[in-house]
Write a protein that binds this ligand. Structure first.
Ligand code: URA
Length: 298
């Protein structure tokens, strides 16, 4: 119970930092909380545990933690990013300081986890854009370092490049939350809400501005929605494999590497590969006959 109360107070602190001034608690939940408080001391002060007024639901039987997505719906104004003039590295460092100190980003990161900003060459000609950090990424503070990231690295290598020669960013700077039992680790990766994506987008735009790549590659539906606009297409098939525009830069939409992790067929791999061949051609990368023929075997 102590762990559950700790999780609850952590969550209430997080909501408070995100600008939430009140959460609602069912009477039954309050009774259960009072009972457990009477049973023994809990680390944080009592005032942080019993919020008011009472409106929504905190269930004591499961875990008394509300999904932070609700907080994300009422996120403050999107950040206005002002970077100093100068070298790319200076500007990127300033951006990194802004993002890692952003109160909303920080409040959405669980204890021990990190806000995530893009990585790679500041002179990259190609910028890949994913959706949101997962478990490995929020631990290391770097995008695409988990299983999907390892596959993305292989895709980049198949293009004849090294991972460090491109830039890899995400729509989101934090891992979207789901309700989890106290003391347990989040396993799934829910998609970010529109409000969350809208909040983080200026930080991605700032990375694009600093790096100034020749083109962008959106990986998967969420990234494509973030860049093309929420609701701008129904199925990824409508927009993938064709050149689009984002802020004056050519944008190629393709499948997310995790799609390949779930569909290991050469047909699926070939679909992404054809999109990447277009990307290679656009930046004048040499394409060998062998590369042209990748994943053609059924
Ligand atoms: N998937 C993404 O889209 N981004 C990451 O950083 C990790 C997995």
């Amino acid at each position: 119970m102590r762990a559950a109360l700790q999780a609850l107070t952590d969550e209430l602190r997080r909501l408070k930092t995100a600008g939430i001034r009140s959460v609602a608690v069912e009477e039954a939940s309050l009774v259960a909380l009072r009972r457990s408080l009477a049973a023994g001391p809990v680390a944080p002060p009592k005032s942080q545990i019993v919020p008011e007024p009472r409106r929504a639901t905190v269930r004591p039987a499961a875990v008394p933690v509300r999904p932070p997505v609700a907080a994300a719906e009422s996120l403050p104004e999107v950040p206005v990013v002002a970077l100093p003039p100068g070298e790319k590295a200076t500007r990127w460092d300033a951006l990194r300081t802004l993002v890692t100190n952003d109160a909303v980003c920080r409040s959405n990161v669980r204890p021990g986890k990190k806000v995530v900003l893009g990585v790679g060459s500041l002179d990259a000609r190609i910028m890949f854009v994913g959706d949101a950090p997962g478990a490995e990424e929020e631990l290391q503070g770097e995008p695409f370092v988990g299983p999907a990231g390892q596959l993305l690295t292989k895709m980049i290598q198949a293009m004849g490049l090294q991972r460090g020669e491109v830039y890899i960013g995400n729509i989101m700077n934090w891992r979207p939350h789901m309700s989890i039992a106290s003391g347990s680790e989040q396993v799934g990766n829910p998609p970010p809400s529109e409000a969350e994506m809208r909040y983080c987008l200026p930080y991605l735009q700032a990375q694009i501005e600093v790096v100034n790549p020749d083109l962008l590659v959106a990986l998967g539906t969420t990234a494509a929605q973030g860049l093309l606009g929420f609701g701008s297409f129904k199925a990824l098939g409508e927009v993938r494999g064709k050149w689009r525009d984002f802020g004056g830069k050519p944008l190629m939409v393709t499948y997310h590497p995790s799609y390949i992790l779930r569909n290991q067929s050469n047909r699926s791999k070939r679909m992404i590969w054809e999109d990447l061949l277009q990307v290679m051609a656009k930046v004048d990368l040499p394409i060998s006959d062998r590369q042209r023929a990748f994943f053609l075997d059924k």
